[in-house]
Design a protein around this ligand. Sequence first.
Ligand SMILES: [Mg+2]
Length: 392
Amino acid sequence: MATIRRVEITEFNFEVPDLGLEQAAAGVGNMAYVKGSTFAARRFALRIHSDDGATGEYVTHWVGTPSTLAQATMLAPLLIGRDPDHREQIYDDLKREIRAYDHMGHGPIDIALWDLAGKRHGMSVTALLGGYRRRLPTYASTYHGQTAKGGLDTPEAFADFALACRDAGFAGFKIHGWNDGNIEREVKNVLGVRKKVGDAWKLMVDPACQLRTWTDALILGRACDEAGYFWYEDPYRDAAVSAYGHQRLREKLATPLLVSEHVRGLEQKASFLLQGGCDMIHADPEYDLGITGVMKIAHFCEGVGLDLQLHACGPAHRACMSAIRNTHLYEMALMGPGMANIVPPVYTCGYSDQPQDLEKDGCVPVPQGPGLGVSYDWEFIAGHQLSQRVFG
Ligand SMILES: [Mg+2]
């Protein structure tokens, strides 16, 4: 039996050109194209060391917020002295430990434990999970619409960008609309993008809870029905957690509702779905208590004969999707004309979630090396370090 001896959590920053914040925002932010501007992004990295000389590593993508960093820092000391192969027991204990919080800090720790397991046993996480596929059909997921000129500033700009993504080989396209909840413009956008790209290509829309009322959500849903959208996601200002409100939408709409990005973890997602809140579950290993949490949710969906979609992108997301039958598309989040995806530039192995690295078949690969199958530039992380906590 191995024992966890040391855990390091390092917060760091990196710069992304031509991006800025259109409005102040907590969490992941509302980015916009701002020519000549530089956006300073913060993420954090974890390393878990076991006494047999192995190290589990994970660098956060969209979950790397200050709030999540605080939760991960609360949980990290509880790993010291544990058997790293007891992921199920650790999952159960950490879930109970932060039951008063939103659980977002749990995911990065569980993911690093899976990386550690793969490295200790000389297997990829995809193989440990039981592989189902090696190629992941990928959709383009846009930044939000913006009001300042540039980027995705009009329905015409969305339609042009959708066409460019279709021609680049993406398997589908998801609109994140404007933040002001202007229902006329949202409807115009949903219909306009469909008209531009033709009938055959998968389209999705995610207002990200910016429509102000249930009735506006119904109006945009009817536009999705008219235009044959593949799914309709998190429409309105219940913050996408009202099972009853979404059940009432589902009674009136044909387009499948993908809701539960903000309903956290296995038990709450299961309850939400069983109460009629969605047609498809949305899950994310960074958000939903790690790879352990996501695989439980995927198997719950399999058990009730329904599908699951993974939210966002990263090596843990790819490992999960590689081992799930009942799912559709990998989300390259986020993209826009002239806008880089805010993924930390820390990979030394060729791993990429940048749109120009989509492969010719419209897919991204599943890393096959030990653990998550990626290697990180720890010199870059150390050189951009903002803070570090070490336990053990
Ligand atoms: Mg979403």
